[in-house]
Design a protein around this ligand. Sequence first.
Ligand code: TRP
Ligand code: ZN
Length: 517
Amino acid sequence: MVATAVLAAGCGGPEMETPDAASPTSVAVTTSVPASATATTTIPVSTATTAEAAPTPTTTAAAAELPTTTTTVAPAETVEVIDPVGVGDSFYPGLGNPGYDVQHYEISLDVDPATNTIEASAAIVALAAEDLASFNLDLSGLEVHSVTVDGAHAAFSRSGHELSVQPADSLVAGSQFEVEVHYSGMPEPIMDPGVPFSEMGWLQRGGVIYTLGEPSGSMTWFPSNNHPTDKATYQIEITVPEGTTAASNGLLVAETADDGEATYTWRMDDPMASYLAAVYIGDFERIDHGPLHAGGPRLRDYVPRNAPAETVQALSVTPSVIAFLEERLGPYPFDAYGTIVMPFMLGLALENQTLSIHGPATIGPGIIAHEAAHQWLGNSVSPDDWSEIWLNEGFATYLHLMFEAEHYGADFDRTMADIHAWLTADGMGPPKGIEIRELFGPSIYFRGAATLHALRLHIGDNTFYEILRTHHNRSAGGTTNTEEFLGIVEEFAGPDAVDLLERWLYDQSVPPLPPAA
Ligand code: TRP
Ligand code: ZN
């Protein structure tokens, strides 16, 4: 069986072939990863498949020479993320806001799909971390009609994506408060410098409204503290014309119809980073599979109504993916999981919490395993700074490659040896030495995965999985970083293993793979 790797410009090898954007097979882009690796190697993002949204890469695109993506209809503005108000993220200094900690979002969206407009409110319960005369939320575009704090009208002003709120009375450190923002308009997608291969945020295409939030896009549809360091629980209520389906994160707790409109209420009861919040609206069919096992998460998928049988068939791998991951990482961390498949060629996938978005080109076992692995590694445990992204993508890639090898009966060590040879030949720089445009590039995905492979070869399976589970368990529901991970490695495997990892993560040259322990 010969499969081709699905790769983005942002993630492609150095000798990516020019895809033919007009052909349906353009979803597959071969790379210079050696044949035995490409036979089973897929990763979830691709410029090639968004035939309308992305230009054909004209060159063999090394990560350092990423083509700047433009779009067909209305080119999105690149939102200025360099902004004085933020939480100090090293790549996105303007994302997030200091001074408070959100506990819960209650977002209500009345959506008119015909005009792609929303009438919305967001009620945000937060704790003041200090005395606050004012505070900011992140919201890009849309019109804000009113802001209240604890029911009293508050003054507000806007600058770029910063919504500044001045409550009538200053907030006292330690107190809980509730902000309510009423807003409306047509949400505008944005370009994010870390995601040159796609528009971000609220998108409409092929009769569907969907959202892509990672890292900055969620601020195109709701006001938030838009950084993973401030996780919260969510209720997302979506009103659409009756007959249209609306899905989001977590559990569907209510579905009502009234006067030609349907309201779907979704609840995410575990902490979630804003970038993983999602809305999907369209003519979808829900497929309920019930709990995966006694006490396990509820599995439900969404596919386009009258989707081809192969689409539904492709998703049937999910229970074995979750079982494979639970065996290595511990129990699935949320109360539901599933995949939503778009009805158009979407050459990427994104791990939106409990309901990953895929296109028809990204529902192979590898990418399904990749987005599922993110539920532990990325979603339950999130990076505390966007420069820590290898903790998401390197880990998810390593596990998905492993699942894929098992699924196809391929030799996993051989796959990793081939990837290592490719990284070496390419002179692939280290995951902790990237620039913002390489956030989702091949160093992060593949040198990140090879870094974990080197660790596993060095310390053996038992210690390796103990480390992965500890990494997850200690930060579940929160965030972590490389330093904490190295601390766990030191604890379980000693300073040699830390030295090895540091060479993989920080040295320019690709280290050799160690012999198996
Ligand atoms: N995290 C995605 C993955 O599973 C890649 C990704 C990052 C992405 N940002 C995105 C995909 C924005 C679509 C849109 O690898
Ligand atoms: Zn990923």
